[in-house]
Design a protein around this ligand. Structure first.
Ligand code: AHG
Ligand code: MN
Ligand code: MN
Length: 339
C-alpha cells in the first residue's frame, strides 16, 4: 500500500507533465469525472435514507428495468461532461443515442472539445437494494472529426484507441482505478477531505490465479468449450492449483476489482440465450480491458483481444473473458478445441 498523501488530481497532473505537448484538457476531464463520481458515491451511500432506491418504472435501451440511481448517476455524469467543455460527445449505457456537445465559447475563444466519453453510469444496479458494491465505468477517446459537435464515427472507435479508462467502485469505501496507458493506479475516497487519495500505484494482476467468476446458473446454455473449462478448473489437482474458488458478486466492477487485486478470471460467455454475450463492448468490456492489459492481464472475446474488436453499434454486446493472463489463455484454448 502506498501511503503518499497524493490526491487523484495531483497524480494526473504528474502524468500530464510526462507529455510536453499536453494541454491539460485530459487532466481536467478526468478531474470532472472524479467529481461526478464523488457526488454519485454520496448518493449511493445515503440511498437507503432518501427516496432514491427502487425502479423508475421505465425500461432502457438495453431492455432492462431502470433504477432511480441509474438515472441519477447518468444525469450527473452527462451534466458534468456537458459543462466541462472538453468533450464533443457523451455515450451512456442508459442513453439510446450518443449526446453530441457543441464547443464552448469561453474567454473569447472556442475551447477545443477534443474528447469523447463512454460511461456505464451505474454497473451492478440489480444489487443496489442489497447494499452490494456497485460502480461507475468510464472510457475516454480522442475525437476523429475536426470540430463542432461529435459524430457517430467519433464514438465508434476500437478499444485500442482509448486515451484513458477507469472505474469507481462504491463499496465499504469508494475507490477509483484508472489508466492513461502508464500503468493502473488506485485511489481511495477520504470523505473527510472529499479527495481520492493514492493507495496503490502500478497494480499488477497475478499471471495465474485460483479464482473464477461466472454465473453458473447459465451453465446449461454454455458452449462445450466453456463447460469443459469450468469442469477442468473444478477438478482436484494440487500441482496445477485446482480446484479454483468460485467468487461471483454479480456486479462486474466488484468482481473485476477483486480479481485485479487477488488474481482471478471473470467469464461472461455468449450462450444460447445471449448469443453475443450480455456485457457491453463500449461501456464495460473496452475500459476494463484497457485496465487489465495495463496491469499485465488479458481480455478477449474468446477469439481476439477485446481492444481490437471493431464496434458496429454503440450498445454492441460481447462475450468477455478477462483477468489473469494464463487463465484467459486457458479459456481460449478450451474454446479453440471445442468441436
Ligand atoms: P448493469 O447493472 O450496468 O446493467 O451491469 C450488470 C452486469 C454486470 O455488472 C454483471 O457482471 C452482470 O450484469 C451480471 O449478470 P447476471 O445477473 O446475468 O449474472
Ligand atoms: Mn454494467
Ligand atoms: Mn449500468
Amino acid at each position: 500500500m502506498v501511503n503518499k498523501f497524493k490526491t487523484f488530481y495531483r497524480h494526473i497532473i504528474e502524468e500530464e507533465r510526462k507529455y510536453p505537448e499536453a494541454t491539460g484538457q485530459l487532466s481536467d476531464l478526468l478531474a470532472d469525472i472524479a467529481l461526478a463520481c464523488k457526488v454519485i458515491s454520496l448518493e449511493v451511500n445515503r440511498a437507503g435514507l432518501i427516496d432514491i432506491l427502487g425502479f423508475t418504472g421505465e425500461e432502457n435501451i438495453q431492455g432492462e428495468q431502470v433504477k432511480k440511481l441509474d438515472v441519477f448517476a447518468n444525469d450527473i455524469l452527462t451534466h458534468v461532461m456537458k459543462q466541462g467543455g472538453h468533450i464533443c460527445a457523451v455515450c451512456s449505457e442508459e442513453e439510446e443515442n450518443f449526446i453530441p456537445i457543441e464547443e464552448q465559447f469561453t474567454d473569447n475563444k472556442f475551447m477545443s472539445n477534443k474528447y469523447v466519453c463512454h460511461f456505464d453510469p451505474l454497473d451492478g444496479s440489480s444489487n443496489i437494494e442489497a447494499n452490494v458494491s456497485i460502480g461507475t465505468i468510464f472510457s475516454v477517446y480522442k475525437r476523429i472529426s475536426k470540430s463542432g459537435p461529435g459524430s457517430l464515427e467519433d464514438c465508434l472507435q476500437r478499444g485500442v484507441s482509448q486515451v484513458a479508462a477507469g472505474y469507481v467502485i462504491y463499496g465499504s469505501s469508494s475507490m477509483l482505478a484508472y489508466t492513461t496507458g502508464n500503468g493502473v493506479h488506485l485511489f481511495t475516497l477520504d470523505p473527510s477531505v472529499g479527495e481520492f487519495l493514492l493507495s496503490n500505484e502500478n497494480i499488477k494482476i497475478p499471471k495465474k490465479s485460483k479464482i473464477y467468476s461466472v454465473n453458473e446458473g447459465n451453465q446449461s446454455k454454455w458452449s462445450k468449450g466453456i463447460n469443459n473449462f469450468v469442469s477442468y478448473i473444478k477438478q482436484n489437482d494440487k500441482d496445477s492449483g485446482r480446484p479454483y474458488s468460485s467468487r461471483y458478486i454479480g456486479s462486474l466492477v466488484a468482481d473485476f476489482h477483486r480479481n485485479l487485486l487477488y488474481g482471478g478470471v471473470f467469464l461472461y460467455p455468449a450462450d444460447s440465450k445471449n448469443t453475443s454475450g450480455k456485457l457491453r463492448l463500449m461501456y464495460e468490456a473496452n475500459p476494463l480491458s484497457f485496465i487489465v492489459e495495463q496491469a499485465g492481464g488479458r481480455s478477449s472475446d474468446g477469439k481476439q483481444r477485446i481492444l481490437e474488436v471493431t464496434p458496429e453499434n454503440l450498445h454492441q454486446r460481447t462475450p468477455l473473458f478477462i483477468g489473469s493472463e494464463d487463465d484467459v489463455k486457458l479459456i481460449e484454448k478450451f474454446l479453440s478445441e471445442e468441436k
